[in-house]
Design a protein around this ligand. Structure first.
Ligand SMILES: [Zn+2]
Length: 217
């Protein structure tokens, strides 16, 4: 059903509110400015987390804490170890989650994923926090509510997270300077898939093709 797929794709694209992409780009540049970074430089997710007072915790360290704390409570160590290891198992699909406990905000991420993947996972959760998506965080200060899937919030976090990593302005300059997609991924500390995605979705190459070459004398 290729037509249906195309329609669904367009519908998903329309889930972003008007001007969201422009605001996301402005946010990406503003955060870089606050961190003293240029648009052609990587903006590490952990620095953005610091800026927003969000603590970032690796699932493996949480596992160690839990194992230490629970050892005395649960005599059947094999059972609790088996149940806890899922968070740091590469086979499980866990990427990251954001949690809010009172004023404290934290992101738990799966550090068994690649560094590039960790960057985009953390940035995605930060995007939820920056957008103040109420249903997208684990709210531990009130009734515990696991993430409720909200398509438009997911699209916003996906777009903003990716824009924070690879801003249009910097990408344009790097492509214009002749850098390859692989080099651009290296510069931003993102995956090659992310660099390809941003290069395609921002239509950088098409926009550059409109620039008339300067006459040669
Ligand atoms: Zn999300």
């Amino acid at each position: 059903m290729p037509h249906l797929v195309a329609i669904c794709y367009r519908m998903r694209q329309n889930l972003l509110p008007p001007k969201f992409k422009t605001l996301a780009e402005a946010k990406s540049l503003d955060i870089r400015k606050q961190l003293g970074l240029r648009s052609t430089q990587a903006c590490p997710a952990r620095l953005v987390a610091e800026l927003y007072n969000v603590s970032v915790t690796a699932s493996s360290s949480l596992l160690e804490v839990l194992q230490a704390d629970l050892r005395e409570l649960f005599p059947d160590q094999a059972l609790y170890s088996e149940r806890l290891t899922w968070v740091s198992n590469p086979e499980c699909k866990f990427s990251a989650l954001a949690a809010i406990v009172g004023e404290h905000r934290m992101i738990l991420y799966n550090d068994s994923n690649s560094l590039a993947r960790q960057e985009s996972d953390i940035m995605h959760e930060l995007a939820h926090i920056i957008c103040e998506h109420p249903g997208d965080c684990l709210q531990l200060n009130a009734d515990i509510a696991l993430r409720q899937h909200n398509d438009s919030h997911e699209e916003e976090a996906k777009w903003l997270g990716a824009t924070l990593q690879v801003p249009d302005q910097g990408l344009y300059q790097l492509v214009r300077a002749g850098h390859t997609t692989e080099r651009i991924a290296e510069i931003y500390g993102c995956s090659i898939e992310m660099a390809i995605y941003r290069r395609r979705i921002t239509a950088v190459d098409r926009r550059l093709s409109y620039i008339k070459p300067k006459p040669q004398f």
